[in-house]
Design a protein around this ligand. Structure first.
Ligand code: PEP
Length: 252
């Protein structure tokens, strides 16, 4: 039996107005009323974080941000800081999502600064890692993911490591309808777990490693049953309360 409670988070990406976000959060809350034994979060765009947090107040469903800047405040037009996210009601934040790496120049170094900033603010960082198709085809998956994990978490104390989550999201599986086969996911999750053990000793066994990449209600049960898969980071399927709730239920 795994010592880790499963964790399912929905990344809404650049979807939902404030009104739509409230509506979706209300529907998710209603569908998951009474569901226990699994950690649940929704991650709306910045503009909806406060409104969604309001709808989910006193529920078990957490709210997160999709990114943060490493400074607390300052002349950084367009950026949002950890304390601002906390203020809006967030308890966690994605860092280094592959879309940030691919389109907005996020690097392992910036991801590391953001992980540290999140921890300093009291937010739980979800560090996203994953290989491209070319990297997988070139046999470099474990090297790439290993580097992203080591550099993203560089300099953290074991105590800080214990507050981090990892999301393994093969880039070729995000939003494509292609999912890693269970054995592919398990291989990478187990490799990440052994790096976490090197970095943090026993703490590693408590760090959730989520799988992401076209997780849907029909493939969730097989993925969530894998020994080192501790939950799911869900994109497209988190935009419908029914499919997100079905994935959460598959995690129990
Ligand atoms: C994601 O954006 O983190 C993701 C996994 O998206 P999707 O589920 O749509 O592939």
């Amino acid at each position: 039996m795994s010592p880790r409670r499963k964790f399912v988070a929905g990344n809404w990406k650049m979807h939902t107005t404030i009104a739509e976000g409230r509506e979706l959060a209300r529907a998710i809350r209603a569908q998951l009323e009474g569901v226990e034994g699994v950690r649940i979060a929704v991650i709306p765009p910045f503009t909806s974080v406060a409104a969604v947090a309001e709808v989910l107040r006193s529920s078990r469903i957490e709210v997160g941000g999709q990114d943060l800047h490493w400074e607390e405040k300052g002349a950084f037009t367009g950026e949002v800081s950890g304390p601002m996210l906390r203020d809006a009601g967030a308890s966690l934040v994605l860092v280094g999502h592959s879309e940030r790496r691919q389109y907005f120049g996020e690097t392992d170094e910036s991801a590391n600064r953001k992980v540290r900033a999140a921890l300093a603010t009291g937010l739980s960082p979800v560090l996203c890692v994953g290989e491209t198709l070319a990297e997988r085809d070139g046999g470099r998956t474990l090297e790439v993911v290993g580097r992203q994990v080591r550099e993203g978490l560089a300099g953290l104390t074991p105590d800080e490591l214990g507050r981090v989550c990892i999301a393994y999201e093969p880039v070729w599986a995000i939003g494509t309808g292609r999912t890693a086969a269970p054995e592919q996911a398990q291989e990478v999750h187990a490799a990440v777990r052994s790096i976490l053990r090197e970095l943090g000793g026993n703490v590693a066994d408590a760090i959730p490693i989520l799988y992401g990449g076209s997780v849907k209600p029909d493939n969730a049960p097989a993925l969530l049953a894998l020994p080192d898969v501790d939950g799911a980071l869900v994109g497209g399927a988190s935009l419908k309360a029914s499919s997100f709730s079905a994935i959460v239920r598959a995690a129990i």
